[in-house]
Write a protein that binds this ligand. Structure first.
Ligand SMILES: Cc1ncc(COP(=O)(O)O)c(C=O)c1O
Length: 393
């Protein structure tokens, strides 16, 4: 239809003009770290497969065996076709790992946040959300029809002031934050947020998509300090360090039961394929059995940051903020010429003027390649940049 195509073409033109148009580039991941693109082997430093479990023999074998026995798809929602024992087993393992009474899994992390938040808060309520929280926390918060009030990134004083001002005007209050921030790699001040939440009767929810498996001994960002932070709503994904796919919430038995009864993205969506669920369980085996292996991504990120002259990161994610989208694209091209795949991250994924390289480190990245990348970033990327790298707090 002409008006529709004209609309799409005009919108794409605007994106192109701001260097913000995205394109899919044919790329094959051949191992946990190596990819093939345009006939070249590139070492990927932009994947969330932190423990390279997507290609781990035991994880693949678990998926293959489940696929052989149970077939490819789940067939329907678990409420229709029945709860497959593999699902219950994975949920029990997640709850144990996160020290909660119960857990439930969703089709993806994005779907989890779309389902969880509207299941808990609505029109008379308020969601306080970190301004840098992931897009799907924002989406879930908006979908809930609660008042959505952003607070300055990781600013506990701001949360306190907002709660003092707003809490009594709303029936329920939810504080929503990433555990490990996806584009900056810093860890949320969960202890301080938990204390505020307790004081003001607000419910704290952390999205630990990038924490599970790699920080806090593999158990996530609320386990980083000696005493764990009390986070009653621990959401995360199976699709990053676990190398599989899907999302989860770990919480009390009553809350999980309520979410199962109310989360539309769980009830009205086909369950995950059993093979993926089996793979996620096998991935948790690896994390629990090999804590030193699970610690490697953060160690490697720290080694890189030291060599590149960047602040010490708290997670496997190291941001190199360059400012304009074009600067990030140019840096990404330069690294690709040198054999590294590091995709430029541009608005609206990150705020305007903070386009960046987001480097992610995995257990199997060779140390000599990390050193080579650090030298390039120091001498060819940071030296050209007017904007300094953001500190990873
Ligand atoms: C912080 C955060 N939450 C949620 C998600 C969504 O998870 P999934 O990829 O499983 O949908 C992502 C993925 O990019 C993320 O970074």
């Amino acid at each position: 239809m002409r008006s529709l195509d004209e609309f799409a073409t005009a919108k794409l033109g605007e994106l192109e003009h701001g260097s913000l148009r995205r394109a899919l580039v044919d790329t094959t991941r051949v191992t946990g770290i190596w990819t093939l693109r345009n006939g070249r082997r590139l070492l990927s430093f932009c994947c969330n497969d932190y423990l390279n479990l997507t290609h781990h023999p035991a994880v693949k074998e678990a998926a293959i065996e489940a696929l052989r026995i149970y077939g490819v798809g789940a067939g329907a929602s678990r409420f229709v076709t029945g709860n497959h024992p593999l699902f219950a087993a994975l949920e029990a393992r997640l709850a144990r790992l996160k020290e909660t009474e119960a857990a439930t899994i969703f089709g993806s992390g994005y779907l989890a946040n779309l389902g969880i938040i509207p299941a808990l808060v609505g029109a008379d309520d308020v969601v306080l959300i970190d301004e840098l929280a992931h897009a799907c926390l924002w989406a879930g918060a908006r979908l809930s029809r609660a008042a959505v009030v952003p607070y300055r990134h990781a600013d506990v004083g701001h949360v306190e002031a907002l709660l003092a001002e707003l809490r009594r005007r709303h029936r329920r209050a939810l504080i929503a934050t990433d555990g490990v921030f996806s584009m900056d790699g810093d860890i949320a001040p969960l202890h301080a947020l938990a204390a505020l939440a307790q004081h003001h009767d607000a419910w704290l929810m952390s999205d630990d998509a990038h924490g599970l498996g790699v920080v806090g001994g593999g158990r996530g960002s609320n386990f980083v300090q000696a005493a764990k932070a009390e986070v009653p709503l621990q959401m995360g994904t199976l699709s990053k360090a676990l190398g599989a796919y899907g999302g989860y919430i770990c919480a009390s038995a009553a809350v999980v039961d309520l979410i199962r009864n109310r989360a539309r993205s769980l009830i009205y969506s086909t369950a995950l394929p059993p093979a993926i669920v089996a793979a996620a369980s096998a991935a948790i085996d690896v994390i629990e059995r090999e804590p030193e292996y699970a610690a490697l991504p953060v160690k490697k990120a720290k080694a890189f940051a030291r060599s590149a002259g960047l602040p010490e990161p708290a997670s496997p994610i190291v941001p190199v903020v360059l400012g304009e989208a074009e600067a990030a694209l140019a840096a990404s091209r330069l690294l690709e010429e040198q054999g590294f795949l590091v995709t430029a991250i541009r608005p609206p994924t990150v705020p305007a003027q903070t386009a960046r390289l987001r480097l992610t480190f995995t257990a199997q990245h060779p140390d000599d390649e990390i050193e080579r990348l650090a030298a390039l970033v120091r001498s060819r990327v940071l030296s050209q940049s007017a904007v300094s790298a953001t500190p990873a707090q």
